[in-house]
Design a protein around this ligand. Sequence first.
Ligand code: SAH
Ligand code: MG
Length: 932
Amino acid sequence: MPAAAPTPKAVLHQRFGAKAVYTVEEVREAVGGCPGLAPQTRSVYRCALELPGLSVATPGTFVRKKDAEQAAAQIALDKLGIQPTTNIPSTPEEAWGELIARISGFFIDENFLSSTHPLVGHLSVTLRRTGDLIGSIPLSAIAACDVKVNTLCKMIDPRAEFDPLLVLSLMYNAAKQSPGVSVSDSSFWIQSQRPYSPEAVDLAFKRWFGTSNPIEVEAILVPHVLEDEPKIVRINLRDNEHYMTYVAEKLTASDSSHVLVSRTIGKTSSEIRLYFAAPNVQFVSDISKNELACLGDGDINCQVNKRASYISGQTIYGDALLANIGYTRRDSELHIEDVNLCTYYRILLGKLPDGNCKISRDAILAAELPSVYSRFSWKGLSPRDLLCSFCRNQRLSEPIFAVSRVSCDMLTSTASSEERGAPAKSVENQCTNDVKTDKENPDSLKCEVKICSRKQEILLEYSAADTWSKESDAIQNSALKVLIWFNNYFKQLNTKTDELYLPECPDGFKIHPNVFLQEFAMCLSVYGNAGCSDLEMCTAVGLISMDTPKKHLESTTSLTHIKGPDSGVFPSHGSLTCICYTASLVTKDKVKRYMLESHDEFEFEIGTGAVGNQLESCVTQLSVNQAACFVAKLPPRDLILAAASEFSHDLSNVSRESYFLEFSVKVLQVTEPLEDRMEKALFSPPLSKQRVEFAVQHINELHATTLVDFGCGSGSLLDSLLEHPTTLEKLVGVDISRKGLTRAAKSLHQKLSKKLLVQTTVPTAVLYDGSITDYDSRLYGFDIGTCLEVIEHMEEDQASLFGNVVLSSFRPSVLIVSTPNYEYNPILQRSAMPNKDEDADENAGPCKFRNHDHKFEWTRAQFQCWATDLAVKHNYSVEFCGVGGSGEEPGYASQIAVFRRMTRNLEPICQNEDQDQPYELLWEWPNASIPV
Ligand code: SAH
Ligand code: MG
């Protein structure tokens, strides 16, 4: 964006500062003058301008004073031949000239002291001084206060952006050439050559009071030795002394002119900065080579403070002080805030994707970066915003999202993304909706992501293999993939000792190692083991979700004190669950308790990894309105301190061995998974009931006495079968989810023991824990096998494996397999969100499948092809049917294949107990005890 052209006065000010003297003269001028009335007059102005060697005056008059001044300035510019078109210098030499002018401008313009520029705060304090240093301020105070000076330094030498020492060197050399100011030779003080008028000083005092009372402020000392822990430092600010003097004391710098200041850290409004003592270097005063010549004690690179440099993105030397003190345009006194360990660890945490996600949800101990994106259940900053913020925090360019349409034949082709050459549209940090949903071909948008350095060199490219119907879904999903990649990358740094390690790239990712490693060098030396002896410190920052993939790890958290009766409504996979919780650190002797985190209402989707494993395990064991406590794995120290806020001071000294982390959780509300909501919204009876009825009908037609439900989940089919009069004598369920099976056992137990049955004979019932892709001879030759809405939860090759195993080995007389019909999804999704039709685009649904746990959803053709092949191979017949809808275009909501074994008689099998019984018996009726 081009900057607004500066006014003629501003241009002159740049050059001449206070040497441009404007004299405005008021003139009375007659106006209108009606006949018969006294002539009316008004004030108008003319302006004379004195510059060294040039005087001009406006020929005419102006209604406003400032217009007269601008006109005079313009005349002067014309006479001097200065083009006021822009004040943005285009060459380093021009920038150098501007820097010199800018620095003198602060000191020689008396009017500057009445402005709100934060530098006046520094000046007004130092003007109260007596003796030598009256009116002297450290050069770095200018660097800290003036954006323009920093911009000019960057133009002179781009490295200035990352190097406060270089900025100081540039300013020092420029100041030596600035008219009207003097700089000392041995240190970095700057002051006006002539004293300010008492009136000007008075004006400065009026606006900037200085600190009225002695005040203590907390800051964090970040030692440059990585092994040393950051610690709290108290700075006493006493009346009428410049605050940097006290900062210098803490840093043991010789005086405050030797204190260097980083850019602000964190939010733009913050005054949090790092202060450090200038290393012992000499500035070479030649702009063509702004090199820093090292004096004395060897290589200054050894003194680089890696943590501080990583935090600020600038090179920081030696021990550094993280403090929130400074003059701003907003405050008329010194702005002061405590910086505690919590602030420090939050800054570190926020630099990484999952840490940023935790902070954005204000749930440092509970929240995790989810592994799946769903528009309706995602909470906190969106993946795209998280990625933008990650890039900003790592000082990279904004990520580039390029959304493009993939044509139909390209979808099926295996051509690599380069060969596709689909027209890509760049969407830089902005979601647009220009790419309209294609009704014919709904899933045709993909999104590529590029991450570039500040210099626009690509360091990471992601090319999505998946396609989406909505542009924002394509962007969010791709952004999430990239975030997860970065998260895993930092996690791996923890285990790899090699600093320059780059992992093998998964599909879709392309890394440019040189640029990548260069950009993340500082990050690597903080997270990589580099001199880090304490493993815990490495695990600390952001390397948080160290757990193995969440979904398959069904660790069961043991709960204590479950309160409240079982309401029967459990959070299940895919359901949006609302809980309230507190997380407290409790000393082992239980004497002290620090409440670190709490939420009255915290919502997340089960199964997406949006909260830690243990918390999710706890929540899924509770029904709505139940509460419980559990002891959680103690998180790394950094995470605890980031969550600790007011306790961070107390907790920094406590040893990890002496306390434990306790969660207290209550389930408030459960919203069913979207799949169920959709199925209920459109069908009556609900689709799941219709599937049960379909099975019952076949059982009775067949006079089946034995049934096995493959992938029984929490037993909804088995449970409902007990409510129907059937011929069944034995019911078996198999699943790999312990949690599902435990719930199935509970509800079957309840039903069977209460004898609330319709049957005259009570059937036997068994639940096995096992994978249905493994054959277990105890389930050989059953009358009927059911496998309802299961295969789509397996990878396609596993689904085929199951098909082969069941028909070749289990050999049931009849097998019923149901799975979603992909072609029906648009209807379901539209009906699940009936109020959104003003925006047709919204109807495209949250994800391309009905449930994010689905690995695929097949069209009718795909399903029939799969089933027919299987049937032919294993000598079964197959018929297709379905439930939900009329069956006309686009088919049933749930498609069903009914396989019938063509051979009537089965060869008897010889059972080999060791080999053929891989399933674990979990529960059996009668003689049952409920598993826990
Ligand atoms: N049939 C049930 C549950 C469907 S959800 C119903 O209609 O309500 C899918 C179920 O398949 C889950 O419970 C999951 O644990 C189970 N599953 C997925 N892969 C499996 C495998 N390889 N072996 C056994 N069960 C599996
Ligand atoms: Mg399903």
